[in-house]
Design a protein around this ligand. Structure first.
Ligand SMILES: [Zn+2]
Length: 264
C-alpha cells in the first residue's frame, strides 16, 4: 500500500519538476480538484502487493496453550520436545501430587520458558470443598512447586474450572479459566481435537488441553504447526496478559485477559 502511494506522490512531483529547475514541493491541495480521488485509498487496499500481503499475514496473533493434569513423564516430556522444536511456549497447570516424582521435568519446563501453574494438590472440586481444604489444597501444591522450581507466583486453575465467589476470595493469585475447550479428554482423537481448536480459535484465546493424553500431545503439536503458518505466536498465559496490557488480579477468574468468568 505504501509503495503505491509513494509512486503516486512521485508521479505528482515529476509534473512540476519537468518545468522547473529546482525541486518543487508537491502541492497536495491539487488532489482535491481531481474527481474520484477520495476513492483511491479503497482501490489501493484492494490491490495489495505480494510483499504487503505477506507482512500482514506474518503479523503476530498471540494465543496461549494450557495443559492440565500433568506432569506425566512420557507424554509431558514428548510435548516439551515438540514445543522446543517449534519455538512455542505454553502454560502447565500441574497437580501437586505429581510434583515430587517429576521435579526434573518441571525444572525443564521453567528453563525452557514455560509458565507453571497450580491445579491443586489432589484435583479437588474447590466449589464444594471446605474452606480449610481449599486453602490446604492450594498451599500444599504451591509449597511442592516452590521446592521443585524455586520461588514464584503459581497462578491457579481450579479443577473443572469450578470455584465459587466465596472460595475465590481465599485465593491469592490470579485464576485462569479458558476460552477454547476442544474437550480433548473426551474425544481422545488427534484430528477431532485439532479441528475443534482451529474452528474456534481467535487471537488472545486461552486453549485448554491435557498433557496427560498422548492424543492431546499430538493434537497440540499439529495445532502449533497449523497456526504458526497463519501467523500465530504461542506464548504463556502471563505473557498474553502482558502483551494485552492487563494486570491480572488475585482471586479473579479469567477466561482470557480481556474476559472475566463470573464465579457466583
Ligand atoms: Zn484438571
Amino acid at each position: 500500500m505504501k509503495k503505491t502511494l509513494c509512486m503516486l506522490l512521485a508521479a505528482a512531483a515529476l509534473l512540476p519538476a519537468a518545468a522547473c529547475a529546482q525541486p518543487v514541493e508537491p502541492d497536495l491541495s491539487a488532489y482535491e480538484d481531481v474527481s474520484g480521488m477520495a476513492e483511491i485509498p479503497i482501490e489501493i487496499l484492494g490491490e495489495l502487493d505480494e510483499e504487503t500481503r505477506e507482512d500482514l499475514v506474518a503479523a503476530p496473533k498471540y494465543v496461549a496453550l494450557t495443559f492440565d493434569d500433568g506432569p506425566r513423564a512420557d507424554t509431558t516430556a514428548r510435548l516439551l520436545d515438540g514445543l522446543l522444536e517449534r519455538g512455542a511456549s505454553a502454560t502447565f497447570f500441574v497437580i501437586g501430587e505429581q510434583v515430587p516424582c517429576n521435579k526434573e521435568l518441571l525444572r525443564r519446563m521453567k528453563a525452557e520458558g514455560h509458565q507453571i501453574g497450580n491445579h491443586t494438590y489432589s484435583h479437588v472440586r474447590l466449589l464444594t470443598a471446605d474452606k480449610d481444604a481449599v486453602i490446604e489444597e492450594v498451599h500444599k501444591a504451591e509449597t511442592l512447586l516452590k521446592e521443585a522450581v524455586g520461588e514464584g507466583s503459581f497462578w491457579l486453575r481450579p479443577p473443572y474450572g469450578l470455584i465459587g465467589s466465596e472460595r475465590s476470595r481465599l485465593i491469592q493469585t490470579p485464576m485462569i479459566y479458558w476460552s477454547v475447550d476442544p474437550q480433548d479428554w473426551k474425544l481422545l482423537n488427534k484430528d477431532k481435537v485439532v479441528a475443534a481448536v482451529l474452528e474456534a480459535v481467535q487471537p488472545g484465546d486461552i486453549i485448554l488441553l491435557h498433557d496427560f493424553y498422548s492424543t492431546s500431545v499430538d493434537a497440540a503439536l499439529e495445532i502449533i504447526d497449523r497456526l504458526q503458518k497463519e501467523g500465530y505466536d504461542f506464548v504463556t498465559v502471563e505473557e498474553l496478559f502482558r502483551i494485552q496490557g492487563v494486570t491480572p488480579q488475585a482471586g479473579v477468574l479469567y477466561a482470557r485477559p480481556d474476559r472475566i468468568r463470573n464465579v457466583s
